[in-house]
Design a protein around this ligand. Structure first.
Ligand code: 5GP
Ligand code: MN
Length: 342
């Protein structure tokens, strides 16, 4: 799916005029969200714009090293400053999301603001969007970072790409492709990554900073999650969960559970992986879905668990208790019994 709406030249003219630019990305930001936002932040600053990056909630521990990560304004911690940055902006970029509920309370502020709004994303569109003047969504891209690379080229600013900008883009591609492993990785993804390395990215170092940051607590939490993993009997579904007490006992920090869901999917017969994490503070069960063999978790999450994402990777949430959510998953997957292919 590819949609482009609006005129990219108008946008380029605007960002060449030293504007107030605000970059927004989704809650529970991942490497692609932060990578694309910081890359664009640094690039537009080089064009003398007054730029800010806003996220609904904080960064996971494994992204805090990223260039200029400290400049990011977290809405949960500083809502008045974040609100001002949205209301005051001439241009607002929405990166790596296309549904307003992905930015929590900032959604309402965004749509009532008086700005030139831009969406750049690689998630399928689930609902019609009318809040953007310029929109580029293409699900063929591995990541929003891969789109940003092309975007920088299209607007003629490739000569401004330095090592820090390239590192941010590389990080988003690396994390959204699961280390160049997911099916979203195409030859072009490798070409872009190759060019970024050519431009100075220390690829092995980036890998280490993202994936070799384990604490003993995180590994213990993984061990607990694996103990809580079970397979359904006559249907290729694996379910894994972590309760609030599991998290507390293992000194949980934001980002610890990233990637855990892939262990479920690594089981030979599993076609749908469901990972549930109890969030006592928000009174929800956060859900992650992954699939192989073509089962559409984007629709599954959208139709049953208030969520969405991609065909093979999606998320959502439930307001039931952990136990009731597990029972609901067990029940609802049976309605999809015929959708699982070998
Ligand atoms: P994760 O399972 O890693 O949290 O998310 C997997 C994918 O689904 C990501 O692309 C993410 O952006 C998307 N996603 C996660 N949670 C939600 C959600 O609550 N709503 C929607 N629409 N997408 C989500
Ligand atoms: Mn992404």
């Amino acid at each position: 799916m590819k949609v482009e709406k609006g005129n990219i030249r108008d946008l380029v003219d605007l960002i060449s005029l030293r504007k107030k630019v605000t970059i927004l990305t989704h809650k529970n930001p991942d490497g692609d969200a932060i990578g694309s936002s910081l890359a664009l932040y640094m690039l537009l600053k080089k064009k003398d714009n007054d730029v800010s990056v806003l996220v609904p909630n904080g960064l996971p521990y494994y992204l805090k090293w990223m260039p200029n990560a400290r400049d990011i304004i977290v809405y949960e911690k500083n809502s008045s400053k974040a609100t001002l940055k949205i209301n005051d902006a001439d241009i607002i970029f929405c990166l790596d999301f296309n549904a307003l509920n992905r930015i929590a309370n900032m959604g309402n502020i965004l749509i009532s603001s008086n700005s030139y709004r831009v969406i750049i994303d690689h998630h399928p569109l689930l609902t019609d969007i009318d809040f953007a003047k310029y929109l580029f969504i293409d699900t063929n891209y591995s990541s929003t970072c891969e789109i940003i690379y092309d975007f920088i080229d299209r607007i003629g600013f490739m000569d401004l790409m330095d090592e820090d900008i390239a590192t941010c883009i590389y990080t988003g591609i690396l994390t959204d492709t699961g280390g160049f492993c997911f099916e979203s990785t195409r030859s072009y993804t490798h070409e872009v990554a190759g060019d970024l390395i050519h431009r100075g990215v220390k690829n092995a170092k980036v890998y280490r900073k993202i994936y070799s940051q384990n604490s003993i607590y995180r590994l213990n939490l993984l061990s607990q999650a694996l103990k809580n993993l079970f397979l359904m009997e006559d249907i290729p579904v694996g379910i894994m969960y972590l309760s609030d007490s599991n998290l507390k006992e293992n000194h949980f920090r934001k980002g610890y559970t990233e990637g855990f869901v892939n262990y479920i999917l690594s089981i030979r017969e599993v076609r749908l992986a469901v990972f549930l994490v109890e969030d006592k503070k928000r009174k929800i069960i956060k859900m992650s879905f992954r699939s192989k063999g073509g089962f559409d978790v984007n629709m599954f999450a959208h139709d049953n668990f208030n969520g969405g994402g991609h065909v093979m990777a999606a998320g959502g949430y439930s307001k039931l208790s952990l136990e009731d959510t597990i029972n609901q998953v067990k029940k609802v997957v049976y309605e999809y019994k015929d959708k699982f292919r070998a």
